[in-house]
Design a protein around this ligand. Structure first.
Ligand code: ASN
Length: 347
């Protein structure tokens, strides 16, 4: 019998609507116990979620083991928690007795945690992330279906060696490139590569992702590696780059306009940071498409000439995770400043 290991971290899939929240699950601390809290709060363990799983007709049920790493809304996560989840997923993926690993996670920052797992998963066991848009106590919650589909992907040999995937609302996509792009839709994620599609209980493999070689799991310093994201917009202040560096940022991601541009003063500010040893990664605030150096007069050509590293196809938030992972990597890993384009150089 095959075995799937499910790691719970919280999120809407584990939340109860309007419950004051008194769960004693690990990591479930101030947000759920604060007096007067009346919004949805993550409180269910993975064991509770399994109990709500409908059995698929005619399919032999796998052995399911579970683990609650934390029970938090993903908007509460910091880099230490993201690292803790990634380390737990990687440990399980490396266990010979485990055939598939699923992580249940809030959708707000799922793209960050799943991307870190994708960066460091050198095993053949794909880690499949899922969650829900409707809380566990909503009559038509999407959680049970998403969880059942995630387990099916995790155990399917055709999806092995794919790093980290997201199974949500009948679609299976790569973690790399994924982005929460709708606040309430049943499919909140855009981007990434669609590798699988469900037709009822049937799962089709539709693409094989290209993956760079895995990075080592970053050390504990990842948790305190400060990488700030600064967005360019008409009238924005390039001095924010220097403020971020003075406040202790180890690197800054600039989410430029268009293909990766910024207004007056940004190229000079970027050059200041780079010469002070604070890398600047240039991404775009546009929801899809790569950073491409095309424009002068302070645009992307000048920002790259000032020493910024192109994020390539990575959105600002995933570029931030890769930057922090490189800054906290064990020695021997290429340093962030050795990269000219984050995505292509990582291959
Ligand atoms: N749908 C969700 O899971 C959103 C929730 N706020 C979370 O990220 O924890």
């Amino acid at each position: 019998m095959s075995r799937v290991h499910i790691i719970g971290t919280g999120g809407t899939i584990a939340s109860r609507t309007g419950a004051p929240g008194t769960a004693e699950t690990p990591g479930n601390t101030e947000d759920s116990r604060r007096p007067g809290t009346s919004g949805s709060v993550a409180s269910d363990s993975v064991g509770d979620l399994i109990g709500a799983l409908p059995a698929a007709a005619g399919v032999e049920s796998p052995e399911v083991t579970t683990e609650d790493v934390m029970t938090l809304g993903s908007y509460r996560l910091g880099l230490p928690e993201i690292l803790e989840i990634a380390a737990a997923a990687l440990t399980r993926a490396a266990e010979a007795a485990v055939d598939g690993v699923v992580v249940t996670h809030g959708t707000d920052t799922l793209e960050e945690t799943a991307f870190l797992v994708d960066l460091v998963n050198g095993t053949d066991t794909t880690v499949v992330f899922t969650g829900a848009q409707l809380a566990a106590d909503q009559p038509d919650s999407d959680g049970p279906r998403n969880l059942r589909q995630a387990a099916a992907v995790a155990l399917d040999p055709r999806f092995r060696g794919m790093g980290a995937l997201i199974a949500f609302d009948g679609r299976v996509q790569t973690a790399r490139g994924a982005r929460k792009a709708h606040t309430t839709a049943s499919q909140p994620f855009h981007g990434g590569t669609t590798v699988g599609l469900f037709r009822g209980e049937e799962l089709d493999l539709v693409a094989q992702p290209v993956r760079p070689r895995a990075l080592p799991l970053p050390g504990k310093t990842f948790g305190s590696t400060r990488v700030e994201v600064i967005t360019a917009y008409p009238g924005s202040d390039p001095g924010l780059l220097q403020h971020a560096a003075q406040a202790g940022a180890a690197a800054v991601v600039l989410a430029g306009t268009g293909v990766g541009n910024a207004g007056e003063g940004y190229a000079e500010a970027a050059a200041d940071l780079v010469s002070a040893g604070v890398p600047v990664v240039l991404s775009t605030r546009v929801p899809s498409g790569p950073m491409v150096p095309l424009y002068g007069n302070g645009g992307g050509v000048d920002l790259i000439a000032a020493g910024a590293v192109s994020a390539g196809h990575l959105n600002p938030f995933q570029a931030r995770i890769l930057a922090a992972a490189l800054l906290a990597a064990p020695s021997g890993t290429p340093t962030l400043t050795e990269f000219t384009t984050l995505f292509s150089d990582q291959r």
